[in-house]
Write a protein that binds this ligand. Structure first.
Ligand code: GTP
Ligand code: MG
Length: 452
């Protein structure tokens, strides 16, 4: 049966210079010919050559002036015949063209269907397909580099190598099971060290998970403190943007205000909160409750003190309430501090002036170093895991291998060892999609968006 020819708008809907559409499938060329015209060129479509003409509606009226490229299978993204159309950007133009293409016999592509076809035609493996999403979603140059490395197959090469080594181990185990009398017994020590080496490699990969999370989804950094110490000013200084309202009156911030920053590839969601104090104001009470809740959950807090003033009971209460492992103390208003003797009893911390920007770079460095030391953030690895599904499969194969190792140490029968090694092989195969069920494919590609 001939596969459907599918089509979608592949750029976001909105006002822009250009929009693009893609058609993929055996009827792509036939469909574009129905709606495209260029009187000056009789036979426009040579593979991989950009042409210029018009898209016309069924009744012959011009919809838009476009550039079109026809790419003959198999040297295309999907491995099928592909046509891409570049029209003027805008809410309506691309939709009108899409309607003509659908009328010509294509059907609307499902989420991730172009990339799914690329996977099914062997253009890329599953981890590379997932890297496409990583690339599209990348918010920093570092996230782009990680996605590119995975698209080039860095992860695939590693997991395939381990999978093949384990298939060898499995063959040796099965030989022992089947012909135990005729062949020399399995070298258990060598088998063990082989498995140990692979576990080490898997553990190395798993150590990159928190870096991957920080690069792709980011980490929360909550700014907390009593009213008026300069929390909102600090948020603005970190964001380099006038985002939160700053005012002399204590109790200015009531809601949670947040913004993203990127420190050398470390993506951080900085959250400004209401100043923590006893209050009768109903709205402020809710704000204080939200701030207090963040004390429990935030991976990192910046506890802001007014460095130009002595510490109050509220400051001390907060210093006691926060987990010392998740806090950086910030002595703000350093510009005022200079003119005074160091306020008595001041806590150690980073001195900044949210007003002048002094010390903010040192604070950024301190935040960066915190995640390096506490969560092992590092962009040095050649592979950083950024995909939950891959992490799950790699964790599963590691656990299966630990069990196999345990059985080997206890001198259990080869059958037991083989079962666990087989599980590990299957789990590793899932990373690249060597073994996939339709259900797994649906799960992976439904997380893509339409047009990918
Ligand atoms: N001199 C000086 N003033 C500052 C500094 N940071 C903040 N301020 C001033 O302190 C006052 C309070 O600043 P905010 O940033 O609104 O303080 P906050 O902690 O968010 O206050 P609440 O939202 O009420 O809890 C404002 O008048 C700021 O201009 C600083 O580094 N130096
Ligand atoms: Mg505030």
């Amino acid at each position: 049966m001939e596969p459907d020819t599918i089509a979608a708008i592949v750029t976001p809907i909105g006002e822009a210079g250009l929009a693009a559409l893609r058609i993929s499938g055996p009827r792509a060329l036939e469909i574009i010919k129905k709606t495209y015209s260029n009187p000056s060129q009789a036979n426009d479509f040579f593979s991989h050559l950009l042409v210029h003409g018009h898209i016309k509606s069924g009744d012959g009226r011009a919809i838009d002036e476009v550039m079109v490229v026809y790419m003959a299978a198999p040297k295309t993204y999907t491995g099928e015949d592909v046509v891409e159309i570049f029209c003027h950007g805008g809410q309506a133009v691309a939709r009108l063209i899409l309607a003509e293409i659908i009328a010509g016999g294509a059907r609307l592509a499902e989420r991730g269907e172009f990339t799914k076809r690329a996977f099914l035609s062997g253009k890329m493996d599953l981890s590379q397909a997932e890297a496409v999403v990583g690339l599209v979603k990348a918010k920093t140059p570092e996230a782009v580099l990680l996605a590119e490395a995975q698209m080039e197959g860095n992860l695939s090469k590693k997991t395939r190598g381990w999978r093949e080594a384990l298939l060898g181990t499995l063959a040796a185990l099965e030989a022992e099971i089947d012909f135990s009398e005729d062949i020399p017994p399995l070298d258990r020590q060598a088998t063990k060290s082989g498995i140990e080496a692979i576990i080490g490699g898997l553990q190395g990969l798993l150590r990159t998970v928190s870096t991957g999370e920080i690069v792709t989804s980011g980490q929360v950094v909550a700014i907390i403190g009593k009213p008026n110490v300069g929390k909102s000013s600090l948020l603005n200084a970190l964001l380099k943007e006038d985002k939160a309202i700053v005012a002399e009156a204590p109790g200015t911030t009531r809601d949670v205000v947040e913004g993203w920053i990127d420190i050398k590839g470390m993506l951080l969601r900085v959250v400004d909160t209401a100043g923590i104090r006893e209050t009768k104001d109903r709205v402020e009470t809710i704000g204080v409750a939200r701030a207090t809740a963040l004390i429990e959950t935030a991976p990192l807090m910046l506890l802001v003190l007014d460095g130009s003033d002595v510490q109050t009971k509220e400051d001390l209460d907060l210093l006691r309430a926060v987990d010392p492992n998740r806090v950086i103390v910030v002595n703000n208003k350093a510009d005022l501090q200079k003119n005074k003797a160091k306020a008595s009893g001041q806590a150690d911390g980073v001195s900044v002036s949210a007003l002048t920007g002094e010390g903010v770079d040192v604070l950024e460095e301190t935040i960066y170093n915190y995640f390096v030391s506490k969560q092992g953030f590092s962009l040095d690895a050649d592979i950083v895991l950024t995909n939950e599904r891959q992490v799950e499969a790699i964790t599963r194969s590691q656990k299966a291998l630990e069990k196999a190792l345990d059985s080997l140490s206890k001198d259990m029968d080869a059958e037991f060892v083989a079962l666990d090694v087989k599980d590990a092989v299957l789990a590793l195969g899932e990373v690249t999609g060597e073994v996939v069920t339709d259900e797994l494919l649906d799960r992976v590609f439904s997380s893509f968006c339409v047009g990918k």
